[in-house]
Write a new protein. Structure first.
Length: 416
């Protein structure tokens, strides 16, 4: 199973916005751009909402039928590990193998020795086209790499074989994700990770490194954009070289997680993708839940009151809601409006605070991040929330489609 050059991680917390998301991909298609949708929902989201991976498959299949989508599509077991992969095996055909927690674990001595032997042809200088300096691979460097990454690579291989046994080889797409680790990978580390994965027979089609800077949920990148750009370009150079040299799939590409709303990065990413003629996978699922809330708030009346109720509860339960997302949200409680203050807002004011428009003086990234992690409260509301989604579907789907098409697909893939 081969993943196409451009793909977008989509899907949504409550499985209702698939057709609206596909409408954005159809707009891309009309502009000559083929993007493959990949439905994402992680174990964390399933647990918080009370859904199962089979529900995501149902939502994806229904959306594809409703929107008469004719292209390929996938359902991703997002951030799976051996502990939780089994429930994803039947409904999914894309697996994001999360091995970040195994980075830095000391390998078994025998395994480390075998790894160094398997990579024995590597030491020396490798001139990689597009990289500023050649890769210098030394025996000590390999040893150090093995100490940091070997356990993670072997875990990815174990998980890969487990899935391949259940589903059959070539019946699924594999991504390896390191993005929830603590340190960014150097170009050399990325190359060695790919080399070690190839040696283990893991035919990954996408890899999600950790980049420098912060990829907080639903808000813009926080960090040094020129530095990110250099890193992104180096990784593209490494991938191009690795595909040719290591026998990895021709479709191997970078994946950017928490990729929605990184507006300050898209122009540089677009230029780099053009320069390297490179493919990309970008995960954006979370931004759709916020577009849903914006749709509700802009509808006014009971729908606005519902959005305010969600905020009031979220503010009271901030610590609990943020805990599962501690690494990817930065909220200053002092900058959050009180529940009473938010209750006094009209639709325009609520939307202006929530909408990711940095030129708007009311835009509040703290408010936005808190609501980003507050979908558990909507899930607890059950029918009240789901009925509102039904009742205000036209205004919500307009928000969802425009958010993906205008703010994400156009600047990133089309450069417009
Ligand atoms: Zn991730």
């Amino acid at each position: 199973m081969q993943l196409q050059p451009y793909s977008l991680g989509i899907g949504d917390r409550f499985g209702r916005q698939g057709p609206a998301q596909l409408a954005a991909l159809k707009q891309a298609q009309a502009a000559g751009l083929a993007i493959t949708p990949v439905w994402n929902k992680s174990q964390r989201e399933h647990q918080l909402i009370g859904t199962t991976p089979a529900d995501t498959r149902t939502a994806a299949d229904q959306a594809v039928r409703a929107a008469a989508w004719r292209g390929n599509y996938f359902v991703d077991a997002d951030h799976v590990s051996l502990k939780n992969v089994d429930a994803f095996l039947a409904p999914c055909d894309f697996f994001t193998l999360d091995v970040a927690e195994f980075i830095g674990r000391a390998p078994d001595k025998g395994e480390l020795a075998a790894f160094k032997k398997s990579q024995g042809r590597l030491p020396g200088r490798l001139a990689v086209p597009g990289l500023e300096a050649p890769l210098e691979i030394t025996a000590e460097g390999l040893e150090q790499f093995g100490q940091t990454y070997l356990v993670a690579v072997r875990e990815a291989a174990r998980l890969y074989r487990h899935i391949a046994t259940a589903k059959g080889q070539e019946r699924f797409v594999v991504e390896v994700s390191l993005d929830e680790g603590s340190a960014a990978q150097s170009p050399l580390e990325l190359f060695l990770i790919l080399s070690a994965l190839a040696a283990e027979g893991v035919s990954a089609q996408t890899i999600a490194p950790k980049f420098t800077g912060r990829f907080n949920k639903g808000v813009d990148y926080v960090g040094d954009v020129p530095q990110f750009t250099r890193e992104f370009e180096s990784h593209l150079a490494i991938l191009r070289y690795s595909r040719a040299q290591l026998g990895l799939p021709a479709s191997l590409k970078l994946s950017v997680h928490s990729g929605s709303d990184k507006f300050s990065l898209y122009p540089a990413m677009h230029q780099a993708l053009k320069r390297f003629d490179a493919a990309l996978h970008l995960k954006t699922a979370g931004t759709t839940w916020l577009a849903e809330l914006i749709g509700l708030a802009s509808a006014g009346g009971e729908a606005l009151a519902l959005a305010k109720d969600i905020y009031a509860q979220a503010r009271a339960r901030r610590a609990e809601l943020c805990r599962p997302y501690a690494a990817v949200v930065v909220i200053d409680p002092q900058r959050l409006p009180t529940a009473a203050e938010a209750r006094s807002w009209d639709s325009e004011r609520f939307v202006a605070s929530l909408q990711h428009d940095q030129s708007c003086p009311y835009y509040n990234p703290h408010f936005r991040q808190l609501l980003h992690v507050a979908y558990k409260i909507a899930a607890e509301m059950g029918e009240r929330y789901l009925n509102a989604l039904e009742r205000y579907a036209p205004i919500i789907s307009g928000q969802v489609t425009a958010n993906l098409w205008e703010r994400h697909i156009r600047p990133l893939f089309l450069g417009t």
